[in-house]
Design a protein around this ligand. Structure first.
Ligand code: ZN
Length: 113
């Protein structure tokens, strides 16, 4: 996922929410980021500072809540947390595994004034 596009969509959501709430300022945004979502917090923060510059979201704090990833083996149904770059099932050694947790990325809540 590209952080610039992601950050733009976060800003769009935040501004729409603020407008609906008739808010004057957005103070913080709580984000849920899965371990496998390939989102780099610092990049999002970097783009945020650029994109939010001329909006009521300027200076808003971004809070990242990390979700630990989980994979499930399609062969033996074993669920496990993969070690670095080793996605094979530790129970049966199968390579046929699915991400069952940790690929999400969403705006959880937005705080406004
Ligand atoms: Zn297995």
């Amino acid at each position: 996922m590209h952080e610039l596009a992601v950050t733009q969509s976060i800003l769009d959501i935040a501004l729409r929410h603020a407008q609906e709430a008739d808010a004057k300022r957005i103070t913080s945004i709580n984000l849920v980021v899965g371990e496998f979502a390939s989102i780099v917090d610092d990049s999002v923060q970097f783009y945020w500072d650029l994109l939010a510059e001329d909006t009521i979201a300027k200076g808003a704090q971004l809070r990242f809540e990390r979700i630990v990833g989980e994979m499930t083996c399609t062969h033996c149904q074993n669920s496990f947390h993969p070690q670095e770059l080793d996605f094979a099932c530790p129970n049966c050694g199968s390579q046929f595994v699915q991400i069952t947790k940790g690929d999400e990325f969403r705006v959880d809540s937005i705080d406004v004034e």
